[in-house]
Design a protein around this ligand. Structure first.
Ligand code: HSE
Length: 308
């Protein structure tokens, strides 16, 4: 096999209460990446989009991820990757994770699957670190594996896949800049025990609700007493979006990853679209450019499309 094309899905990390440990994969948007073998050892990258991302492998998220995979091979190989990013960098919808996870999933398929999913997560976390300053897998794991993933631990890696019930996801991306590194910097380093108790009750409730397909329990558990009160200050109209989405029938939602996107979960498409209309009406009033998505959960993860 010489060439492969993959679709790497966007992801919603944290799922409100599960900071750094929960995430889900989206059907849409997806980055499109093509990887081919070359005769000259080493890695070259070309972006087919206009996001201005560096193409030098050591400075590129996909590049760093691929270089760490290539370093684990017995002999040097040559690879050329083209990337068309449809997930906007800095959106909070897992753009860097899609580059990281998509590139290593493509390389693994191209090479005949020498690596395990856990190894791919490790390679991709090196790329994620370049983008966000820290290794976290709550975007990478759902991007690679699909569905909802629980990162019980990253040292050692322990990832639990959860098959969620049917859910619609509505997202709004207000196009302001919130850098993940900054959104992490402002968080408190210490928390109160009473808040921790509330948070782990919600995390356990959300995981149980997803596994039992209990929408009421999912809804009650989508509460974050630790991160949202601090980070939501960075996102204009956050409270209004939340209030009006809940009034329109959302099960719940909050900041997607580190923001600025906001996501809401709902049981049916009509509700998901009504929430989208509320979000659009709110941001139209602000003059801030924005985009919206109504999508569902991708249960496959990175999709391998073409082999030749
Ligand atoms: N869990 C990470 C954070 C996700 O919230 O900082 C960043 O995409």
């Amino acid at each position: 096999m010489k060439k492969i094309t993959v679709h790497a899905p966007g992801t919603v990390a944290n799922l409100v209460c599960g900071f750094d440990i929960l995430g889900l994969a989206l059907q849409d948007p997806c980055d499109v990446m093509t990887l081919e073998r070359t005769d000259t050892p080493g890695l070259t990258i070309r972006h087919l989009d206009d996001h201005g991302l560096p193409e030098t492998p050591e400075k590129n998220v996909a590049g760093v991820s691929l270089l760490s995979l290539m370093a684990a091979l017995d002999e040097p190989i040559g690879l050329h990757m083209t990337i068309e990013k449809k997930i906007k960098p800095g959106s909070g919808i897992g753009s860097s994770a899609a580059s990281a996870a998509g590139s290593v999933a493509a390389a693994n398929a191209l090479l005949g699957n020498p690596f395990s999913k856990d190894q791919l997560v490790q390679f991709a976390m090196n790329g994620e670190k370049l983008a966000t300053g820290v290794k976290h897998a709550d975007n990478i794991a759902p991007c690679l594996m699909g569905g909802v993933t629980l990162i019980r631990s990253i040292h050692p890696l322990d990832i639990v896949s959860i098959t969620p019930p049917p859910l619609y996801v509505t997202l709004v991306h207000p196009q302001i800049e919130v850098r993940t590194a900054d959104a992490r910097q402002i968080l408190k380093k210490q928390i109160l025990l009473k808040d921790a108790i509330k948070q782990w009750g919600n995390i356990a409730g959300l995981v149980a609700g997803l596994m039992k397909q209990d929408y009421e329990l999912i809804s009650r558990s989508l509460e974050d007493v630790l991160i949202e009160p601090i980070r939501s200050i960075l996102i204009p109209e956050f409270s209004k979006v939340k209030q009006r989405s809940l009034a329109a029938g959302a099960l719940g939602g909050g900041i997607s990853g580190s923001g600025p996107s906001i996501f809401m979960l709902s049981k049916d498409e009509a509700t998901a679209k009504a929430i989208e209309s509320e979000m659009a009406a709110i941001f139209t009033g602000t003059g801030i450019p924005f985009s919206t998505y109504v999508t569902t959960i991708n249960n496959q993860g990175v999709i391998i499309h073409e082999l030749s």
